[in-house]
Design a protein around this ligand. Structure first.
Ligand code: NAD
Length: 513
């Protein structure tokens, strides 16, 4: 830990051996029970975080409701200024926070830093947005009337996040919600609670320096039961939930039952199509990074490669060669390409998926397996595997959050590959590798990819914050981050103003007294 600067990072981020887990900003509450956070890197317990008690949850929501009255009335550019200062804090703390993300979640240090950079980027985006929360003006059918649309703050945004992007997903939501005038209550994943405490410490400093009230940024901790308090709570108009489809179905229904709003960012089953006109060099890098980056634990990881029969043997041989070069080990050591899975449950899911694919007739191209021995003591390190399959296999239809790449052969035109790609229930990210302009346009057309993200000559993972992020079908339909995703954090109001001295009714209706 010392060698990789973890002790120092924990100290800088205000993480101690035992941490409180419930906060309204600078105020923290005690808990009777706690979650232990174990690092998948070396299997050791890093520290513990208190689980929120229901009575304290009530206090948090009350504080947030009070803070909302203040925050929503602050001019939006002033809220943007707080977000700007937060991005400055993140710049100063990029190294320690990136290290903690890497150590607690298991992604490479480069990706840990990258995640913090994503937080900085969304803050910068939100600062500009704070002067651009604009509506439309609309021509009225009535004389001397004017119509306009305004966007107003909603209230409390409840954020439920997954382990794999433990800090970026929070910032995608909070940066936009804050400039929109909402206050936030965050429940991080119970697998990565320390990064949550670290982020709360950083934003609390900024809020305190600006003499802001408690309740603008709140943190609660625990498993799904604590999450359920939020999803059933009518005081929270918007729930943004990131995680598995299983979770999204429960959360979506709970929020809908009380007619609340939800943003659902759920699992994917992302495919890359490689056509005979593809540049094989970039196809190779794109597919290998997409499948093994973050040990296959990105929602946008490449799960399926759909390869034309004419280039199938050549490409699979090249990928096999690339896989033999992969170095698996401590993600804080920059020479390694692949780090651990998050925990032993994830390792079991990986093993079961490989067994299932084989039992259904899958042909192993690169053998998987769990690693043991020196450096692999946590039991969470696995070998990236490649299996030739049919798209119809039940296991191929599911998202397994691990580095397993399924390869599927297609024949004929690109429309056959697109049909295979779309024949799954999820619809997050997709990509085509081709230099053929017709194939590329067909893929991006309405008859092409049915995913929220569709890329040409780029892999399925690694989105930029400027675009709206999210997917269709069982991926949940939510959009976060760039473009006009901010609208989901606000309520739309249509105004009609009469500046004349009579009262003409719409649709020409006459009503004379
Ligand atoms: P998970 O569904 O197990 O947990 C996610 C969060 O939901 C956690 O905070 C958990 O405590 C909470 N939760 C679970 N059940 C709940 C319930 N009934 N009510 C309220 N809260 C509940 O997911 P995970 O294993 O942490 O993350 C991996 C999954 O997340 C993958 O499926 C991945 O594709 C998905 N993901 C999607 C995106 C996206 O933007 N589409 C981004 C990152 C991760």
């Amino acid at each position: 830990r010392k060698e990789y600067g973890i002790e120092d990072a924990l100290k800088k981020l205000g993480i101690t051996k035992t941490n409180k887990g419930t906060s309204t900003g600078s105020e923290w509450m005690e808990s009777a029970h706690s979650i232990s956070s174990f690092s998948p890197v070396d299997g050791t317990e890093i520290a513990s975080v208190g689980i929120t008690e229901n009575k304290d949850y009530e206090k948090v929501i009350e504080k947030a409701q009070t803070a909302f009255k203040f925050w929503a009335n602050l001019p939006a550019p002033n809220r943007g200024e707080i977000v700007r200062q937060f991005s400055q804090k993140l710049r100063e703390m990029k190294d320690p926070l990136g290290r903690l993300v890497s150590y607690e979640m298991g992604k490479s240090l480069q990706e840990g830093w990258g995640e913090v950079q994503e937080m900085i980027d969304i803050c910068d985006f939100a600062v500009g947005l704070s002067r651009q929360l604009h509506g439309l003006t609309i021509k009225s059918e009535r004389p001397e009337h004017h119509m306009q649309e305004q966007w107003h703050p909603l209230g409390i945004t409840g954020i439920i996040s997954a382990f794999n992007f433990p800090v970026a997903v929070w910032s995608w939501n909070t940066a936009l919600a804050w400039v929109a005038g909402d206050v936030c209550v965050w429940k991080p994943s119970e697998k990565t609670p320390l990064t949550g405490v670290a982020c709360q410490n950083l934003i609390a400093e900024v809020l305190k320096e600006n003499k802001m009230p408690e309740g603008i940024s709140c943190l609660i901790n625990g498993d799904y039961k604590v999450g359920e308090w939020m999803t059933h709570d009518e005081r929270i108009p918007l729930i943004s939930a990131t995680g598995s489809i299983r979770m999204g179905k429960i959360v979506g229904q709970a929020v809908a039952a009380r007619l609340g709003k939800s943003i659902l960012e759920l699992g994917g089953n992302n495919a890359m199509i490689i056509t005979p006109d593809a540049d094989l060099k970039i196809s190779l890098i794109g597919s290998v990074f997409g499948a093994v980056g973050t040990a296959g634990q990105r929602c946008t990881s490449t799960r399926r490669l759909i390869v034309h029969e004419d280039i199938y043997n050549d490409l699979t041989e090249k990928i096999k060669g690339a896989y033999s070069q992969l170095r698996i080990g401590n993600p804080l050591d920059e020479k390694n390409h692949v780090g651990p899975l998050i925990d032993k449950d994830a390792v079991n899911a990986y093993e079961n998926a490989i067994e299932k694919a084989k039992s259904l007739g899958g042909k192993v191209i690169v053998e998987g397996g769990v690693l043991s021995g020196e450096g692999y003591e946590s039991g969470c390190y696995v070998k990236p595997a490649i299996i030739e399959v049919e798209n119809s296999y039940s296991i191929v239809q599911e998202e397994t959050f691990a580095p397993i790449l399924y390869v599927i052969k297609y024949k004929g035109g690109v429309e056959n590959a697109i049909a295979i790609q779309n024949s799954v229930k999820q619809g997050l990210s997709s990509a085509i590798m081709t230099n053929n302009v017709r194939e590329a346009h067909k893929f991006l057309s309405g008859a092409g990819s049915d995913c929220g993200i569709a890329n040409v000559n780029i892999g399925t993972s690694g989105a930029e914050i400027g675009g709206a992020f999210g997917g269709e079908k069982e991926t949940g339909g939510g959009r976060e981050s760039g473009s006009d995703a901010w609208k989901a954090y606000m309520r739309r109001q249509t105004n009609t103003l009469n500046y004349g001295d009579s009262l003409p009714l719409a649709q020409g209706i006459k009503f004379d007294l």
